[in-house]
Design a binder for this molecule. Structure first.
Ligand code: PNS
Length: 160
């Protein structure tokens, strides 16, 4: 059994995130997509909405579950008895911080490995912040987020 956790703030989940979920779920027997708090960011969508969006888009993938954890990623992985963390890497700009986090997590628990998956080049420019900025200024985000998420954002979850 290769079980992994794909953590993130998913605020909201983008097509880039979903691409990493689909590709890593093909490699892992079980993938937990974990909504977590990023202390460096203030979330736009509350946890319930972020989970709801993720559950809808991951429904077709039977070995993918969605969960939430408040606390250290490494403690969550230990509690779930999972020893692989999957992270998506977009560009050099992601690397420095992700490298630091992977090394800190390795220091905290050397039994848990961080594996990096390169972004699909189609989505290398994409981030949740960019999606929110475009949406907040009235732009079209339909090509940036999964269709279900687009529908949820425009119907229920309008940005204030
Ligand atoms: O999608 P993001 O915002 O880049 O995800 C970052 C996240 C949530 C994975 C990261 O902030 C995180 O691991 N948060 C949990 C707290 C923690 O373990 N911090 C890392 C110490 S190095």
């Amino acid at each position: 059994m290769t079980r992994a956790i794909y953590p993130g703030s998913f605020d909201p989940v983008t097509k880039g995130h979903l691409d990493i979920i689909i590709r890593s779920s093909k490699i892992m027997s079980q993938l937990t997509v974990a909504v977590m708090e990023n202390p460096r960011k203030v979330a736009t969508y509350d946890v319930e909405k972020r989970i709801e969006m993720l559950k809808v888009v991951t429904k077709p993938y039977k070995n993918v579950e969605v969960d939430y954890y408040e606390g250290l990623l490494i403690d969550y992985a230990h509690q779930k008895n999972v020893d692989i963390i999957v992270k998506g890497l977009r560009a050099i700009s992601d690397f420095e911080f992700e490298f630091q986090m992977a090394l800190v997590n390795q220091k905290l628990n050397p039994a848990i490995e961080t594996l990096f998956m390169m972004t699909n080049s189609k989505y290398s420019y994409l981030s949740s912040s960019i999606v929110k900025e475009i949406a907040a200024l009235g732009g079209d985000i339909s090509s940036l987020v999964p269709p279900e998420v687009h529908a949820m954002i425009v119907s229920n979850f309008k940005l204030d």
